[in-house]
Design a protein around this ligand. Structure first.
Ligand code: DUC
Ligand code: ZN
Ligand code: ZN
Length: 478
């Protein structure tokens, strides 16, 4: 008998990419898609999609896994549990952050992060850099070398004392991004405004978790977003504003776009499904579970974020998974204490729920098209970070990272999730879909039997340059 033509055939798929929806079989060999068409020859293994929607696996371009923290804080998910949860929720590529500590070389941060990831991941991963100390050595030598090696995006912070850059430093980092065609990501919140408000709240004894939202009103995000846009315009470089939370930042980005500037924007599930009320209506400490920055806003702002997802304002939909246990001295109760909001680790879990939440409420709720869902969760992040078309689409030659979607009603419970966190902010929500099958490089990693672990399946991906905007010629960018 001759060998089957394929290792695996996914039959009767309703394939959805960012641009098309069509019925076909998917032939897979050596972890890649090798043929798309009707009535493909038999595979060594076959999965019948039964006419269900099949999308590219998700690319979660903003998540934090095993990122070094100031003790006692410690992230609950590492590359094992984080990529396990990702796969079970339909995400097959993650891009967490290799974070430079002030005084540390960027190269040392990258080496350390590889040690944390190596051999542990169940799905593929790449790294963004976090640049917190842009010394001449970092700007002139380390960053250019790292960009050439496949670390083509870096996040900079306008807040958090241990991370924030001043305007001059931002200009310097943007200039490196421009010269080398890399992507600069910006956390836009004004640090001095936050500190001033925090001190006032503390002096008034207003220190419960819910006052976190009072210390970071939309104005502080708006001001920083506007400043980041102006600095990028001065340097003439595209930037991407991460985790946009509401109207005021959205207005700044719309203004920039209307003036022809290449300003990209990312938002996250917490700005669609949570509001400041989730930080507590009273002084309850339970609200610490939803402390993240920028904070969730209100229902009207949720609508504004939905509109931006539908009309093209947003480029990317990420989780900003930043996993801390609630009932833990390493998490939301530092040292075992209920602390003032200033000391609560920022971040909420969401790597597993990102895709099902947007599919349920966005696609099946009639707010965005299926193709836009694919664009936001997979294709655009792959393009923004130089992984397309290997990732982010269903095409001959692409990695066989696929999700078969099961459209059914379910109630979300943390006990069913696969992260290492003791809560989900979305407990009890009714969802309308969940992945029936997730394939990573042609291997079943999640199906009705559950999670199929294989640490080391996930490989490090060196990123190319972003392809969201055509690269300027050398003369133009001098
Ligand atoms: N805010 C961040 O900037 N990063 C991680 C999580 C958060 O809430
Ligand atoms: Zn951030
Ligand atoms: Zn983040």
């Amino acid at each position: 008998m001759s060998q089957p033509a394929f290792d695996l055939v996914v039959r009767n798929a309703l394939i959805a990419t960012a641009s098309d929806t069509y019925a076909a079989d998917i032939g897979i060999r050596d972890g890649r898609i090798v043929q798309l068409g009707a009535s493909l020859a038999p595979g060594a293994r076959e999965i019948d999609a039964e006419g269900r929607v099949v999308t590219p696996g998700g690319v979660d371009a903003h998540c934090h896994l095993d990122q070094p923290m100031e003790p006692p804080a410690r992230m609950a998910d590492d590359f094992d549990s984080g990529t396990r949860a990702a796969a079970c929720g339909g995400t097959t590529t993650v891009i967490p952050f290799a974070a430079q500590e002030k005084g540390q070389s960027l190269r040392a941060a990258v080496d350390d992060y590889h040690r944390r990831a190596n051999g542990r991941a169940h799905v593929d991963y790449a790294f963004h850099l976090i640049v917190s100390d842009p010394t001449p050595q970092v700007l002139n030598e380390e960053l250019p070398a790292l960009i050439a090696e496949g670390y083509t995006s870096f996040k900079i912070y306008m807040t958090y004392d241990d991370l924030k850059l001043d305007d001059g430093q931002m200009l310097d980092v943007f200039d490196v991004a421009r010269k080398h065609g890399a992507m600069a990501m910006v956390h836009a919140e004004n640090a001095d405004c936050i500190e001033w408000l925090t001190k006032k709240l503390e002096a008034a004894g207003r220190t419960a978790p819910r006052f976190h939202a009072h210390s970071r009103p939309m104005l502080v995000e708006r001001e920083a977003t506007q400043r980041a846009i102006a600095l990028a315009e001065l340097v003439d470089v595209p930037i991407l504003i991460v985790h946009v939370s509401g109207r005021e930042a959205v207005e700044q980005i719309r203004w920039a776009r209307s003036h022809g500037l290449n300003v990209f924007a990312e938002t996250c599930p917490q700005y669609l499904f949570l509001s400041a009320e989730d930080l507590g209506l009273d002084n309850s400490y339970m609200g610490a579970r939803c402390v993240c920055s920028p904070p969730p806003r209100d229902k009207r702002n949720q609508e504004i974020i939905w509109r931006g997802l539908a009309d093209g304002l947003f480029t990317i939909f990420s989780s900003d998974h930043a996993p801390f246990n609630f009932d833990s001295p390493e998490g939301k109760k530092p040292g075992g204490e209920e602390v003032t909001f200033r000391h609560i680790p920022n971040g909420i879990p969401g790597i597993e729920t990102r895709m099902p939440l947007l599919y349920s409420e966005g696609v099946l709720g009639g707010r965005i098209t299926l193709n836009r869902f694919v664009e936001l969760t997979s294709t655009n992040p792959a393009k923004a970070y130089g992984l397309h078309p290997r990732k982010g689409t269903i095409a001959v030659g692409s990695d066989a990272d696929l999700v078969i979607w099961d459209e059914r009603t379910l109630t979300l419970k943390n006990t069913q999730l696969h992260h290492n966190v003791d809560y989900t902010p979305y407990e009890g929500m009714t969802l309308k879909a969940w992945p029936a099958v997730t394939l990573a490089q042609g291997e079943v990693v999640w199906d009705e039997q559950g999670f199929h672990p294989r640490q080391g399946r996930g490989r490090f991906l060196a990123c190319g340059l972003p392809t969201l905007v055509p690269r300027k010629s050398q003369e133009e960018s001098l």
